[in-house]
Design a binder for this molecule. Structure first.
Ligand code: B12
Ligand code: SF4
Length: 462
């Protein structure tokens, strides 16, 4: 039995434009979900994982599979349906799972043979068994699984050539920020994998550098912090010789012992969602926990960096409280905080989030012809109408922000301080060059986007 597991690409995502900018190839991340599905698949299946981010293969010239499994973020949904159509024409059953299928199962069911919602660990073996017996159901629900059922992913199945390996140690987040899908998708309960599983899986990763994909590595409660420390101790004891980056909240800065242990375990960087330079912005996004009284963000960033850990911050543009000039303001604030890198995204209503509910009921979504418009839900296009900005205005804010933060002089200054403070200067340099070279690409893509969507943005918001 032959199984293809496919990660569809979205050509609008700049990191997939490897030909246009060679720096991007270092930013193509492994599709961990497909490596997990492969690990759940019994040995009678011959598995090929296809990651279209390195270029779509010539499917007609490939041997006919018995089953195709496709994953998709919302932004990949269109391409997922194209690939599904190809295989269904050949009579090959297609199963779709992952976040988009979970949030929009009815849409997906019209375009594939079977939809798996939720997490796959307990349900995937049944899907395969049903396929073997020709009784594939239209829909399965995997729900939220116990973390000791998460297998060691099949890291051996993807070719070399990725800059980073990938691993997951926790799922779920109780904080439910308005724009984020994680709480709706992985639940409010913060679930942790057994530490020995994580250590064993780390040992099976061949890349020296690893992305720990957890949404919130340290959780929210004292017992979560204790577990994170235990994990870091176990990783250091195992002498993994890996350098890894992950995502956490700003509270990562608040516990000196945690920072010492993380650095010892190989932590080289954390992505932190700062989201807005204004407290009112954090309130609007429901990210109140960033509002710790008297929080000095610059001092927090420095506390993390003292352990040779980079701080890669993200902000959102297009909140109701944002006014013209917000782009430059974010670039300035990010520099004041001393962040090593900056990722700014447009406020985007993703299906299943609280923001989606708010914006659909208020009629603020401009790009709402689905599934066609999903390809613009990369968070790098303004798909909604924003209170204080025209379409052109908000794009200008984004461009001015990136130009300011990624100017040559600022990049040099940051990389120099990384060298001086022993904080992964190479990762910072490659990331910055990739951002900088994508600025030109983004401007062309924005021009196409304005032509595509212009009229739909013109309707005024109250
Ligand atoms: C790592 C990651 C990335 C990596 C991508 C890695 C990859 N897969 O290629 C990078 C950094 C590149 C990335 C980019 C983006 N990401 Co991202 N990312 C994540 C993150 C943090 C973890 C995903 C992961 O690996 N999880 C571990 C695996 C094991 O879990 P899983 O994917 O959920 O898979 C399980 C089930 O879903 C299911 N399943 C999945 N696929 C399939 C397929 C079949 C056939 C079946 C049966 C089951 C199944 O089984 C798996 C095991 O239980 C998630 C947050 C999250 N909690 O999901 C956000 C998340 C998926 N990203 C998100 C977004 C928005 C993006 C971007 C569009 C925007 C951005 N700038 O961040 C880009 C665009 C990417 C693109 N190419 O289009 C959103 C997606 C929301 C949505 N509705 O699409 C999420 C949920 C974060 C959020 N805050 O809301 N991302
Ligand atoms: S943005 Fe981060 S903290 Fe907020 S709900 Fe999502 S994962 Fe949790």
């Amino acid at each position: 039995m032959r199984l293809y597991l496919i990660n569809p690409s979205n050509p609008l995502v700049t990191i997939t434009k490897v030909k246009e900018s060679r720096w991007n190839r270092y930013r193509v991340w492994k599709p961990l979900n497909l490596m997990v599905l492969a690990a759940l698949t019994p040995p009678e299946w011959e598995i090929s994982i296809v990651d279209e981010n390195f270029g779509a293969p010539d499917y007609p010239s490939m041997p006919r599979p018995d089953l195709v499994g496709i994953t998709a973020f919302t932004a990949q949904a269109n391409r997922a349906y194209e690939v599904a159509t190809h295989f269904r024409r050949l009579g090959v059953p297609v199963v779709m799972g992952g976040i988009h299928a979970t949030m929009c199962p009815d849409e997906a069911m019209k375009r594939v043979d079977s939809v798996v919602t939720g997490e796959a660990e307990c349900i995937w073996p049944q899907v395969l068994e049903d396929t073997r017996h020709g009784r594939l159901k239209r829909r399965y629900d995997g729900g939220f699984v116990e973390m000791n059922t998460v297998p060691l992913a099949r890291h051996d199945l993807l070719p070399a050539g990725y800059a980073f390996g990938a691993i997951q140690t926790t799922r779920g987040c109780p904080l439910n920020c308005s724009f984020c899908s994680v709480t709706a998708f992985n639940g409010t309960c913060y679930r942790q994998r057994p530490i020995p599983d994580v250590v064993r899986e780390f040992q099976s990763i061949r890349e020296k550098r690893v992305l720990v994909v957890d949404d919130n590595l340290i959780g929210t409660r004292p017992e979560h912090l204790t577990r994170a420390k235990d994990l870091f101790r176990a990783m250091a004891r195992a002498n993994l010789r890996k350098e890894w980056i992950s995502q956490a909240t700003i509270h990562f800065a608040d516990d000196e012992e945690l920072l010492v242990l993380a650095a010892r375990a190989g932590c080289k960087g954390v992505f932190i969602g700062f989201e807005s330079p204004a407290p009112e912005g954090l309130m609007e996004l429901g990210k109140k926990f960033n509002l710790l009284k008297d929080r000095d963000f610059r001092a927090s960033v420095q506390r993390i960096q003292r352990h040779n850990i980079m701080v890669m911050g993200s902000f959102i543009i297009g909140l109701d409280i944002d006014e013209p000039g917000i782009g430059i303001r974010i670039a300035e604030v990010a520099s004041q905080y001393g962040m090593d890198s900056l990722n700014v995204l447009f406020l985007t209503p993703l299906p299943g989030t609280r923001l989606w509910e708010q914006m659909t009921s208020a009629g603020h979504i401009a790009l709402d012809t689905f599934p066609e418009d999903w390809k613009y839900y990369t968070l790098t296009f303004p798909v909604a109408r924003h209170r204080h900005f025209s379409l052109e205005g908000i794009i200008e804010e984004m461009i001015s922000c990136d130009r300011k933060f990624y100017s040559k002089s600022r990049i040099l200054r940051r990389v120099w301080s990384n060298v001086w403070q022993h904080r992964a200067p190479l990762i910072n340099l490659v990331g910055s060059l990739s951002y900088r070279s994508n600025l030109g690409l983004s401007c062309n893509t924005y021009a196409d986007f304005k032509r595509y969507s212009g009229n739909r943005h013109n309707r005024k918001r109250e």
